[in-house]
Ligand binder design. Structure first.
Ligand code: BGC
Length: 245
């Protein structure tokens, strides 16, 4: 079955039709620029334009960087605060004229990676982490994906961990790979102490440069770069659209 997968982020929304039987994108992904201040109404317009670009009629999955329960968005740490409490399924359903299933962005990436990517066939406990503006986290065990919010773990001086070691922090503070890798390593070691994953899958755009920072990550779990790189969110959101119950 085919579905349209959409990944909402702080600088752009990206989407493509996906063959949900294998996670493959059926067309080149389309990108529409937005920013952290884009209102829910303006975001809905962009989502509508994305679906229109593909003349899409059918199921749509939307990955959003916040807590999702059912179709409702409950947090919006790096996007407009107007999303908090908003029924995303309804908002984006109206904008696209299609049935919409909502999922946390990191959970979408985890669905794709566990089914067809770096975690394919792995049934043990895996931690998936996406590094971007924020830090997205998810556990997978026996193939079941559980969204988490560990990017907001109180870390150095009580600040959210994502304010200390996200990919955006590396850019903003112009940290070397070693410095940033060290920060990320401390955080991952703490998560390991609490969660004991056997495998850690690292996604987000920066995972394309994993050779630069994996050597600095002193974790005991098997470290794997995400196979889908920055397309996992699109593929997983589409898969979710056909599987959510
Ligand atoms: C959000 C998460 C999201 C992560 C990555 C965090 O700030 O709270 O829901 O998965 O960023 O986008």
């Amino acid at each position: 079955m085919n579905a349209l997968g959409i990944d909402i982020g702080g600088s752009a929304i990206k989407g493509a039709p996906v063959d949900t039987r294998n996670g493959k994108l059926l067309a080149e992904r389309h990108r529409i620029e937005v920013d952290a201040g884009t209102s829910p109404a303006a975001m809905a317009k962009a989502v509508g334009a994305l679906a229109a670009h593909f003349k899409w009629e059918g199921p749509v999955g939307v990955g959003f960087p916040g807590v999702i329960q059912g179709g409702t968005i409950w947090t919006s740490a790096n996007l407009h605060p107007g999303f908090i409490g908003c029924d995303g399924a309804r908002l984006f359903g109206k904008a696209t004229g299609c049935p919409v299933a909502m999922i946390n962005d990191a959970a979408a990436a985890a669905v794709a990676e566990m089914r067809f990517g770096a975690g394919k066939g792995f049934m043990g406990k895996a931690l998936l982490i996406t590094l971007g503006t924020g830090i997205g986290t998810c556990l997978a065990y026996q193939g079941v994906v559980v969204p988490l919010e560990l990017g907001h773990f109180p870390w150095k001086r009580g600040k959210d961990a994502e304010k200390y070691c996200s990919a955006a922090v590396r850019d903003k503070k112009e940290l070397s790979w070693e410095e940033w890798g060290g920060r990320l390593s401390d955080f991952l070691v703490e998560l390991e102490r609490l969660l004991w994953p056997e495998m850690i899958v690292v996604g987000g755009g920066v995972s394309a440069k994993h050779e630069k920072f994996f050597p600095h990550l002193k974790v005991r779990a098997a470290l794997k770069p995400a196979r889908f790189l920055n397309q996992a969110g699109i593929a997983g959101a589409a898969m979710w659209a056909t599987e959510a119950r």
